[in-house]
Design a protein around this ligand. Structure first.
Ligand SMILES: [Zn+2]
Length: 438
């Protein structure tokens, strides 16, 4: 830090007068010289070490400069400044481009001149990001990342899966981003991203084709069609599609990164209508095991804590609830991605109906109804090829989002898909969902 002086305001005002910065229309009145016997001892200049451009000044920045001198009571003081040796009109607000600059001030009083200088860096704001594929395949190097409504800025994903974008758009509150993989292995990304994401702009790459893992349909390839996945059954009057986290076509899943539990406590709850028998329980778990086989990890964890039945947070309740239909639900509250689920059987018999249990578990896993293909979520009693592929995709996307700490993934890939299918002009980038803090 450079020394400051007690009467900087006076000194700056003097600088403005000396440089004519107060406009030429006012009459100029020199202060009365009451300190003629004093001599100039020193001059000082101060400015921030690093200054960022603003959107208005890009690619330049306005550097706030303060010039002082001692003794500060001197009058008839002349102050002039240079930036990299070039004289400037005003010392107080110097404009300079991206890079390092030397700003020099010369203070003259009664024939004595003192100089001081300061170094200022005008920084280029960087957006730094990383892309990881949800299916664990190698990242799409060579993918172009664009910023701005009209792709004004562009960069390429490097071999280490990162990219950096020095851009004026990092200065705005939100900016439109696109990521386009020329090889089309990754689905395009089209989103509008708030400024606070810019420092870690990580994207989960959604593969264009999902290869099923595991024993059930293992090795089969399904083209990932998010428009179909999000579409509710025709004529059903439902707004939620296969991925109910989205609720509406093109809208982001609503959950907080990292809050999806690894294994969800699952509990048989006693109701006035009865409780699951040991047989009911064994049957439920045999069907639940298929889901775990599909996903390739433990999804349900048997729980004995009755609190899951009374105030379920992060748990699934199984119960005999009567009524005319079996039901399954998925709930996300307080900004979590998963808060509770329930499988409501009419009677214990429902736990012995594979189609019913699979369907309701599908709801618990956040899937809605679809008939875009033969699906356990509408027309079939068993998991189809597509069901398995999308369940695996959903789980892999959630895991990748946790790893990268990002929620830039499926919704933006859905919108990228729509742009490709229907044309960019009709489409809006998808905003990032901002969860409420739990
Ligand atoms: Zn249903």
């Amino acid at each position: 830090m450079r020394p400051t002086f007690a009467r900087l305001a006076t000194a700056v005002a003097a600088a403005l007068v000396a440089c004519g910065g107060d406009g030429a229309t006012k009459p100029r009145i020199d202060p009365v010289d009451t300190t003629a016997t004093q001599a100039l001892v020193s001059a000082s200049i101060s400015a921030p070490a690093v200054v960022n451009p603003t959107q208005a000044t890009w690619p330049n920045a306005t550097i706030p400069v303060t010039v002082g001198y001692s003794p500060s009571t001197l009058s008839n003081v002349q102050i002039s400044c240079t930036v990299d040796g070039i004289p400037v009109t005003l010392c107080s607000g110097v404009t300079a481009s991206i890079g390092k600059h030397v700003i020099k001030a010369a203070v003259t009083a009664s024939g004595v001149t003192k100089v001081d200088s300061v170094e200022v860096v005008v920084a280029a704001p960087l957006i730094i990001g990383q892309i990881a594929m949800a299916d664990g395949s190698s990242c799409p190097t060579g993918t172009m990342v664009f910023a701005g409504e009209n792709k004004e800025d562009a960069t390429q994903v490097h071999n280490d899966c990162t990219f950096s974008l020095p851009t004026k758009f990092a200065l705005g509150d939100t900016v439109v981003f696109r990521a386009i993989d020329p090889s089309a292995r990754m689905k395009d990304f089209f989103g509008r991203v708030p400024k606070r994401y810019f420092s870690s702009f990580n994207i989960v790459g959604i593969p264009a084709v999902w290869t099923i893992k595991g024993d059930l349909y293992g090795g089969a390839k399904i083209t990932v069609d998010l428009e179909a996945a999000y579409a509710p059954p025709a004529g059903s009057g439902e707004v939620s599609g296969f991925y109910t986290r989205g609720r509406q076509v093109g809208k982001p899943w609503k959950y907080t990164v990292g809050s999806y539990p690894r294994a969800i406590p699952t509990l048989a709850c006693t109701t006035a209508l009865g409780t699951m028998s040991a047989d009911d329980s064994a049957s439920f778990w045999s069907f639940a095991a298929v889901i775990q086989q599909i996903v390739g990890r433990v999804v349900f964890a048997a729980s004995s804590s009755q609190t899951a039945c009374t105030g379920p947070i992060g748990s699934i309740e199984l119960k005999i609830a009567g009524g005319t239909h079996a039901g399954g639900s998925f709930g996300a509250i307080s900004g979590r991605d998963f808060s509770y689920g329930s499988v409501n059987a009419r009677t214990g018999d429902d736990f012995h109906n594979g189609g019913t249990v699979r369907h309701e578990i599908g709801h618990v896993l956040s899937f809605g109804h679809t008939n875009s293909w033969a699906s356990v979520m509408w027309s079939s009693s068993t998991f189809s090829l597509e069901d398995v592929a999308y369940i695996q995709l959903m789980d892999a996307v959630a895991a990748a989002e946790r790893t990268l700490n990002t929620r830039l993934s499926l919704p933006q890939a859905h919108q990228g898909e729509r742009v490709k299918k229907f044309g960019a002009s009709a489409e809006e980038p998808v905003d990032v969902y901002e969860p409420v803090a739990p």
